[in-house]
Design a protein around this ligand. Structure first.
Ligand SMILES: Cc1ncc(C[n+]2csc(CCOP(=O)(O)OP(=O)(O)O)c2C)c(N)n1
Ligand SMILES: [Mg+2]
Length: 483
């Protein structure tokens, strides 16, 4: 600021003209600074003049800090400079003499793509075109809706089962039913899914049965994870659905790797991976996007931005305009979608799939939605967010009701079908719980199996110690686990 002040000050300029005759020089780009004894710019009592670092004294004033008209006056060859390019490795970069920082946050936020209005009416002129319309025919639409309603019934009953102490943990998808199910509907079964944990709708769509869900939740002998994981850590080889990992965001770099494998095998398929808004604060999110971009891996990153990461509000999570803008930084195409509009999600994912496979490139989708339920059964969200906010999203922005209105308006769904579906699902789920509870637990030896072909000595020792402890304190261990 000090050099600028000196340059602009008419009094000082006149003084200098009288004393050293250098005003002309100032106009031509000479600058004045003050120099502290240590060489800094702190001491205005010892002014000095300089032209450029290589010619004179201590520093350099960048021309771009001057008002635009001065820059024009001073250097008539700027246009020539600006038209030159820096042949930097990777890509040419054009020069500019204008010092302009990119905005941190644009005034206009990235708009959110939607095609159904709040009443479930298709918005005239939207990009949900005839092709999409033909694909979301009666059969697909009814399946999408039935899955959403089923997920709601599952969530109600399994949540209750946890409250009754029959399972240890549960997370609901309440408020986010559309993202998982509509995205799954737009994919093909050969596409590989790496989920976070709030996407059971994808499994449901792919045909994971209610009994399979229940077996995992109860950790019984029919659970593919052999009871070694907490409830909700579903996975299915058959359905191309990777088993959920507890540490947030680990699935993202793995997804980039799986996508690269598909690319090397020249598969006509892509990877789809999900993350929450909280997951994007993990280093893994950034590593994954960068890897995928650089390796040109066909992977769709779907971020369910539901406003909260347990009790952390998105305002405390990032200062950017959400997640969508992060795609550009990594050179990845990205779109912001209304995650509570099933048709918008469907059409965006379908297009993303096409881009990912034909262009062999990643795509980022930010789906705006809201976690209406608590984070999990270990959380009480009324402690950190207003009830009014929850109610608003539950009622006014409910994705299931919105889609139901659309299929009803098409004549594809009725009140009768609604009540039949819900009551039959309720029966199925309760039956599956009873069956899961009756099924034997995995034998104890499974706890130590499947990691090493030949178990190492330390595991053999732990197995021995565990059995000794159970024998000593049988009352502290479940009696239904075969030893
Ligand atoms: C590496 C890691 N840190 C913290 C946790 C604890 N944790 C589990 S879920 C979660 C919040 C994730 O929020 P978000 O990604 O937004 O998903 P949402 O629950 O909203 O669907 C946290 C912090 C964890 N599982 N792993
Ligand atoms: Mg979240």
């Amino acid at each position: 600021m000090v050099p600028l002040w000196f340059t602009r000050s008419g009094t000082i300029a006149r003084y200098l003209k009288r004393k050293v005759g250098l005003v002309q020089g100032l106009d031509q780009g000479l600058s004045i600074c003050s120099r502290s004894p240590g060489g800094g710019f702190g001491n205005i009592a010892t002014p000095c003049l300089f032209r450029s670092p290589d010619t004179f004294l201590i520093g350099h004033r960048f021309k771009s800090t001057k008002p635009a008209n001065q820059v024009d006056d001073v250097n008539s060859s700027d246009d020539e400079i600006n038209s030159q390019v820096l042949d930097f490795p990777g890509a040419n970069v054009s020069y500019t003499t204008e010092m302009r920082f990119l905005a941190g946050l644009n005034q206009n936020r990235v708009p959110c793509y939607r095609v159904l209005d709040d009443n479930g009416d298709l918005i005239v002129g939207s990009d949900f075109n005839q092709i999409d319309h033909d694909q979301v025919n009666e059969e697909i639409a009814v399946k999408m809706y039935s899955n959403m309603a089923t997920l709601q019934v599952m969530d109600t009953i399994f949540y209750e089962a946890q409250r009754q102490g029959r399972i240890s943990f549960y997370v609901t998808s309440t408020g986010e039913e559309a993202v998982g199910i509509a995205s799954a509907a737009a994919l093909r079964e050969e596409d590989v899914v790496l989920p976070q944990y709030r996407e059971p709708g994808v499994l449901l769509w792919r045909g994971f049965t209610i009994q399979e869900f229940a077996n995992q939740l109860f950790g019984n002998n029919a659970d593919y994870g052999k009871g070694r994981q907490m409830p909700i850590h579903y996975g299915s080889n058959k359905l191309n659905y990777f088993t959920i990992s507890s540490p947030v965001a680990t699935q993202l770099p793995q997804a980039a790797g799986v996508a690269y494998a598909l690319k090397m095998d020249k598969k006509d398929a892509c990877v789809v991976t999900y993350t929450g808004d909280g997951g994007t604060s993990e280093g893994d999110f950034h590593a994954a996007l960068n890897f995928a971009a650089v390796m040109e891996a066909p992977v769709i990153f779907i971020c369910r931005n539901n406003g909260w990461a347990i009790s952390t509000h998105i305002r405390e999570q990032f200062r950017s305009d959400g997640i969508v803008v992060k795609g550009q930084a990594y050179g990845i195409q990205a779109i912001r979608v209304d995650g509570n509009d099933a048709l918008a999600v469907y059409s965006a994912i379908q297009r993303a799939r096409q881009i990912a496979i034909t262009e062999q490139t990643p795509v980022l989708i930010e789906a705006l939605t809201y976690r209406v339920g608590h984070h999990s059964t270990s959380d009480d969200s009324t402690k950190y967010r207003p009830l009014k906010e929850i109610e608003y999203w539950k009622r006014a922005r409910n994705p299931v009701n919105r889609f139901r209105k659309w299929i009803e308006a098409n004549g594809w769904w009725s009140v009768k079908e609604e009540s039949e579906l819900r009551s039959s699902m309720r029966k199925q789920i309760l039956g599956a719980i009873q069956e899961a509870e009756k099924t034997e637990m995995p034998p104890l030896k499974e706890l130590f199996a499947d990691v090493y072909h030949v178990p190492p000595g330390n595991l053999i020792e732990q197995d021995k110690q565990l059995r000794e402890t159970i024998n000593k304190h049988p009352e502290d261990y479940p009696s239904n686990v075969p030893l």
